[in-house]
Design a protein around this ligand. Sequence first.
Ligand code: SF4
Ligand code: SF4
Ligand code: SF4
Length: 249
Amino acid sequence: MARPKVAFFDFTCCEGCQIEFTNYGDAAFLELIKHVDVVEFREAMSEKTKDPIDIALIEGSFSREADRPRLEEIRKRAKIVIAYGQCATTGGINALKNHTTDYKKCVYGKDAEMPHLDSQKALPVDAAIKVDYKAFGCPVNKYEVLQIVSHLLHGKEPVIPTYPVCVECKRRETVCRYQEGDHCLGQVARAGCGAPCPADGIPCEACRGFADSPNEPALEKALRSAGLPERRAKEKSRMFTANQRSDSK
Ligand code: SF4
Ligand code: SF4
Ligand code: SF4
């Protein structure tokens, strides 16, 4: 059987998710490239392809209408499309701009009106094309992507967690950050990371976005009970979930 062709593409993002994969010393990634041909991967190789692809991995949000044809062209060529990283799966941090009008000035100052900075709302890739699977996280958890690809190559349906980080945190018997006076978002954050942050004494910031059916009012209540002022309690989860919150714009 021919080796599956895998290509990495980027749209509006910091390319941090691609960089995750360029830690080539990692044994799991070295194992992957024994089984697939990586045919395009801007952070690591200069070759490009116009050929059909078995798996397209797309990083970055859809934030310019001008990017739609390229996305459609990738979709047409790829048997399977995986959106990877929070920008591609939900709009990620880029979607914070959907909630403000002065972001260009804040970020670029006197260069704010440069034409290449024109953009629309930051949206997930599936706002433009059909996506088959999503691998969440900012940055993405590369082991999760490798597992998804491995399952697909073995004809197995990948399982993406829908439940919150607290489940994984309790499984590893970590003392809850709330007991230490912290303000953790694990109740609403999507699991799949294995809850490393609370285990290291750091509150979860929901870098994988919301779990399915997040209880936002309950989170706000918990944060307020733990001492956060009303506005902070209301806004705290927005960093990685701007497009997922009930007040998303
Ligand atoms: S998800 Fe995070 S690390 Fe990945 S490209 Fe977006 S901003 Fe960068
Ligand atoms: S530390 Fe955070 S993730 Fe862990 S149980 Fe407490 S709220 Fe949940
Ligand atoms: S514990 Fe929270 S912040 Fe840490 S990796 Fe998991 S989802 Fe991201």
